[in-house]
Design a protein around this ligand. Structure first.
Ligand code: EPU
Length: 448
């Protein structure tokens, strides 16, 4: 199994570029099921989760028709055969986001069988709100052998007014499912308490370029006028705000100075606010020859004072502080001068990184969904275990800043969401190597 070996204590310096967004690309790929015509996506990241989605689409008869991936990640998909509507457990269990084929399959094919996604390292992760929304459009559901069996009534889905709020806010993939399905429903759908995440805005942009009639995406009320069919489209995926945020904080934790291209600052205002309070400076650089800066694709320079100030942070639905950056922020605050408070309101159990950071000398006290982070002068390298995607990123950051050697096991979690992370950090001056744990001296992945 792949492992990272990091020699900490090197400042990051240099230039890097943010890739296309994983969490935008997954529902965009699923939207290719809504038409028989080709859908081209640009800037698709090369990640394990994306490959899983390719596999799922292929099983559903939707194939990649341009075989050359190329460095720009241009991918064209087209449905060749609509007969199979089954997203099997073997695929769904490797990637929970597979559930976002449910809405497109129901709307276009009139039936779907999607394995019920189980929980994962960050919590229970139910899909009840997805089903509630699709039921309001007329879909019917039963559960058989762990699979959700869904059918549309004769005459297809019908527009409705739907409230999609839940105990922890709205649902991102639930909004994606209902919005995608409503595009081909008869009449008008109003989604109230829709997720406002930039990935939903990006999905709406693709659907609109396929001929859908959508207004309000990015606000809590989205209105969709159903159309009879959708057609081909060519769309560039937004930059990954979570990858961008991870690089911003990796620069800060190493007291570095890096320039980041393709940085979606407009989607990172809450992070930028907290970074400013911590003492991290993020400057948007002017466009070339005075060209206007696209705030979703800016070039920014991040630098940091020697002393990090403690802050309070609560994760919230967008535009609040993203849960997907909570673990990375915790790593940074471990080195702040005083006590910080982090409260997790989206996935209240998303704290597997707490025990691992503690192994590196962090002083953390958790009570329910809140962690008090008492800043320490140094983190110390240790063998640690990656438990989920963002927790892995947090451990990489901690390893970059720690004294001595950090060995991170199970980096396949990281590979789900960050493309060649180690190569990109090495280009910025980090000492980080990917090794097979069998090759580590003395142990089966433990290492010292
Ligand atoms: N929820 C329900 N019922 C539902 C759906 C969600 O109660 O039917 C709850 C969840 O348990 C959670 C909250 O609602 O407490 C929000 O969950 P949401 O449905 O928005 O999460 P998701 O759509 O399954 C996406 C991202 C996650 C990210 C969350 C929150 C993708 C592929 N995944 O998941 O990304 O954390 O939104 O922003 O877009 C990651 O990239 O590391 C990751 C986990």
């Amino acid at each position: 199994m792949d492992t990272f070996v990091i020699q900490g204590g090197r400042r990051l310096a240099g230039r890097t570029r943010v890739n296309g967004s994983k969490n935008a690309a997954l529902p965009l790929l699923a939207a290719a099921l809504l038409t028989d015509e080709p859908v081209t996506l640009r800037d698709v990241p090369d990640l394990a989760d994306i490959k899983n989605m390719h596999r799922l689409l292929a099983e559903l008869g939707c194939h990649r028709v341009n075989e050359q991936a190329g460095p720009s990640g241009v991918q064209t998909f087209q449905v060749a055969d609509s007969s199979n509507c089954h997203a099997r457990y073997e695929v769904v269990r490797t990637m929970r986001a597979s559930v976002c084929v449910l809405g497109p399959l129901l709307a276009k094919r009139g039936s779907a069988r999607v394995s019920m996604p189980g929980g994962c390292a960050i919590g229970d992760r139910p899909v009840d709100i997805h089903l509630r929304g699709l039921t309001a459009l007329g879909a019917q559901f039963t559960l058989t052998s762990g699979d959700i069996i869904a059918t549309t009534p004769r005459g297809g889905l019908k527009g409705a007014t739907i409230f999609l709020g839940g105990p922890n806010g709205s649902t991102v993939l639930g909004t994606a499912n209902v919005m995608s399905a409503a595009c081909l429903a008869k009449g008008t759908t109003v989604i109230e308490s829709a997720a406002c995440e930039p990935e939903i805005v990006d999905l709406a942009r693709l659907l609109m370029s396929m001929g859908a009639k959508i207004s309000g995406a990015g606000s809590p009320r989205v209105t969709i006028e159903g159309v009879d069919r959708l057609h081909e489209a060519d769309h560039r995926v937004i930059a990954d705000r979570i990858e961008a945020g991870t690089f911003l904080m990796a620069a800060a934790i190493t007291n570095g100075d890096i320039t980041i291209e393709n940085c979606p600052m407009d989607a990172l205002l809450s992070l930028n606010d907290r970074l400013a309070a911590i003492g991290v400076d993020v400057q948007t650089l002017p466009g070339k020859a005075g060209a206007e800066v696209d705030p979703m694709r800016a070039t920014v320079r991040v630098t940091c004072g020697r002393v990090l100030k403690p802050v309070e942070v609560t994760t919230q639905p967008h535009p609040g502080f993203p849960t997907d950056l909570q673990a990375q922020l915790m790593a940074l605050l471990c080195l702040a001068d005083g006590n910080s408070v982090i409260t997790e309101r989206i996935f209240p159990e998303r704290f597997l990184h707490v025990a691992e950071l503690s192994r590196m000398g962090a002083k953390l006290f958790r009570q329910g969904p809140t962690v008090i982070v008492s800043g320490v002068r140094n983190l110390v390298g240790a063998p640690v275990m990656a438990s989920d995607l963002r927790a892995s990123a947090c451990l990489v950051m901690a390893g970059l800043a720690a004294e001595g050697t950090t060995i991170i096991n199970r980096v396949y979690h990281l590979d789900r969401g960050y493309e060649r992370m180690e190569d990109r950090l090495r280009m910025l001056g980090a000492s980080i190597e990917r090794v097979d744990d069998k090759d580590l001296p003395g142990a089966s992945g433990g290492g010292e």
